[in-house]
Design a protein around this ligand. Sequence first.
Ligand SMILES: Nc1ncnc2c1ncn2[C@@H]1O[C@H](COP(=O)(O)OP(=O)(O)OP(=O)(O)O)[C@@H](O)[C@H]1O
Length: 340
Amino acid sequence: MNIRLDTVVKTFETFRAVHGVSLDIKSGELVALLGPSGSGKTTILRMVAGLEFADGGQIHFGEEDATNIPVRDRGVGFVFQHYALFPHMTVAENIAFGMKVSKVKRSTADIDRRVEDLLSLVQLAGLGERFPGQISGGQRQRVALARALAVDPRVLLLDEPFGALDANVRRDLRRWLRSIHDELGITTLFVTHDQEEALDLADRVVILDKGKIVQQGTPEEVCRHPANAFVMRFLGDTNALQASILGGKAAVGNMTYAADGLKDGPAELLFRPTDVVWSDDASKGVAATIQRVLDRPGSRRVLAKAAGDTIVEFDASPDFAKSKGDQGFIEILRPRLFQD
Ligand SMILES: Nc1ncnc2c1ncn2[C@@H]1O[C@H](COP(=O)(O)OP(=O)(O)OP(=O)(O)O)[C@@H](O)[C@H]1O
């Protein structure tokens, strides 16, 4: 089922947490809401869930105006970071719970069969008789997903479901979640502040800042064509050099870059650490002096002073043989200029 938010606004007393957000989520799509803490992600998710009501705008589920439909009639399944399982119930009882209290009546045999199916879907077959305290954190979140799926939700809402788990488990679970989504095709809205998680999982990433959407697009679009400096910085390690625009050209230290469409005045030149090549040719890059070289398993991270006093970082091959004090030029492969 598709979901449409139309200029949705939410204010808490005098604080506006969500400013006129419009968003179309296609049926079967997995959309990630990504943004720093306090950017309004959870508030948007809670309004879609019906746990919070918008004080402006509308939310449609398919053709239906869902703005005033209460939470239990929306057909949504949730998995929240802190939406704990019932500790005194077994894993199987936790998964069965929603079906037992649902308006849709099922026989005990049907419920048992569905629990077994869900246990194998979330790769926990055989663990139904354990209690939540007897399984790992990652397994608990998989049970939480099985519980959310048990009542055949029209929409799945996930709020940092792997937030409390360590990095390797998170990575495994996100790949696993993506394959479950591909299998079931349930329209899914996923909240995270973890860029890699959003980029790994989602069909479309919606980036929020201070209650507003600043960009939305496929992972490739937001990575390759960030709409502004905030998005570029938020998505990953970024270097910044001051630039000065004059007549469609940007001067940065000894270099000039094309700056079509930018107005005369100050700008920022942003680039990724992976987009730098060290060169001895002054015509290729910005003059720089190496300050430190740090070793990584597959590369070297170089810190250099460029265009005067700005420290930039870049990645070089493990054979990079320069050291502190060496001078050269940094060739910037994908320079991006932004102005306020
Ligand atoms: N019930 C509430 N009363 C008052 N302010 C609230 C309430 N809920 C959220 N806020 C405020 O609204 C803003 C957005 O909060 P929200 O939880 O949606 O952000 P978030 O992007 O999900 O952040 P996080 O990643 O930290 O969970 C925050 O500044 C928060 O303090």
